[in-house]
Design a protein around this ligand. Sequence first.
Ligand code: SF4
Length: 455
Amino acid sequence: MIASLYIHIPFCMSLCDYCDFYSEKLPSSLFPSPFLNALITDIKYQIDYFGIKEIPTVYIGGGTPSVLGEEISVLFKELKAIPSFSPVEFTVEANPESLSEGFLRACVAGGVNRLSLGVQTFCEDSRLAVNRWGVEKNFTRRHGGRGGHGGSWGIDQRRFLAVTFTERALASEGSPLKAQRRRGRGGRGELLESLSLASRYFPDSLSVDLIVGLPFQDLGGVLDDVKRVLEFKPAFVSLYSLTVEDGTPLYEKLKNKIVTIPEPEVSDSMWLVGRDALLKAGFEHYEVSNFALPGKRCLHNLRYWRMESWIGAGPAASGTVVCEESGTAKRFTYPADVEKYVGEQLAINNEQLAMNREKGEGRREEGGGGREQFGICDCEVLDRMAFLKECLLMGFRCVEGPDPVLFKRRFGVSVEECIPRTLSRWEGKDKMLFLNGFLAEAFEEVETMDKVFKI
Ligand code: SF4
């Protein structure tokens, strides 16, 4: 079996207010050795279990993989020793706040050939307002804390808030922000330094993430962000629109009017300005939020968008194993709980690996795939309809749409035969920009046709 590998490193120096990914704030007693030990065992276990003979791409995300520093070489050493491990693309995520030369050297030595740097924005007021600064104790929590806000600032006090955030943080003697600012961590200076360092180690394969729609952002700021990033000649840029997820600290802050974000129309205009600047610089807009220079698209993400198999290791990681013949898939998702992962899953993996070795088996029988067979993972079975919808959903994220050969092989019909009415209604319209509307119609159509199930 051929499957890509996603590895989740669930630790960050501080937690950003908009973040919906699973991550624990450092320090943690499980970081790094207990976690790395469990992670490595898990990767070996899954490769064994699924009988993976080839790993075309690897992506280490999080969380913040760069908090591992040089210690990440422990993981690389183990990966290199796996016989099926020779990826053509090997990406690692990093954040400017924790990027070090030791980490970059370890990445290069470990075979990493693509670095994704989470810059998000150079605007310091925006970074402060969403706690994207890379400090251990964050400023916003001193005014209420995660999930416990209750600020009294009004919605019309955006500018006041900007000044207040900055001045109060800097005026407070001994405040972590003051110390951080002195060192330049998380500030514009450090971002530029980190970009410069990253581009020296990954001159042809640097990827940079930017976010649009943050507090205090405006058109000029977004243009400035894009222009500054382009000075470092990245091969890829991800331009994300901020999404405010329920239950995040940003959601609470907005609800309590502690902070505001640009209106959706304003945010959309800013995103379009950023997109146009990237197109002008020669980037192809090949996926909803992703831009690449010609020939530089991210192969790992393309495999997600084509719904080709991948395994996921680490708490909150999920993997999808596709059965091409039946047009179905199984999705395995680890709970977002690092303690459980290091404790329970490690014990299960060790026991299974030992059993397999004893029986001389390289792999256990597939078929059940239930959670009892896969430790603490949740296992979801995607039947033909569910998998077909996912293939449409993921495929139409890309400019070319779902891969025609894969789609026909899986479902016995082409995309054109599957959703003819929707495609004709959307002829000439930008499906990527209005993806939700397009998909709503496509799903409705697909549910009313039964060709898929008669084959
Ligand atoms: S650094 Fe990334 S993963 Fe960590 S809290 Fe911020 S957005 Fe989330």
